[in-house]
Design a protein around this ligand. Sequence first.
Ligand code: AMP
Ligand code: ZN
Length: 118
Amino acid sequence: MSAQDDCIFCRIAAGEIPSDFLYEDDLVVAFPDISPLAPVHVLVVPKEHYENIMDDVPAETLSALAHAIGIVAEKTGIDKTGFRCIANTGDDGGQTVHHLHIHVLGGRPLDPNAGEGK
Ligand code: AMP
Ligand code: ZN
């Protein structure tokens, strides 16, 4: 899918809205969540617009997302202490930005019973 002018994450990924990328490659970018819920709260986002994980995301993009999560964890120093990845999907999932993104949260013990990432 092509970039959508009215999509905030398309615009961030395209560099139209300034953000501090922690990681970037041909397929994905990673940048800090604007309202962090943990000491580390990074969003890993495909550059192409996909609504969410149900949107026929190519395998190479899924692979790039997984690769980027590992890099982000190492760069932010949570690779050894642990972290949580969340992809809120659709209405019941509480998705508010309708461009696929993976929350990467860490830097403190996360409540195993809480849906942190929202
Ligand atoms: P979700 O509820 O899973 O769709 O999460 C959307 C996330 O995007 C929230 O955690 C927001 O804080 C975050 N967010 C919204 N706008 C921006 C922005 N301009 N830059 C960074 N993060 C954003
Ligand atoms: Zn988008």
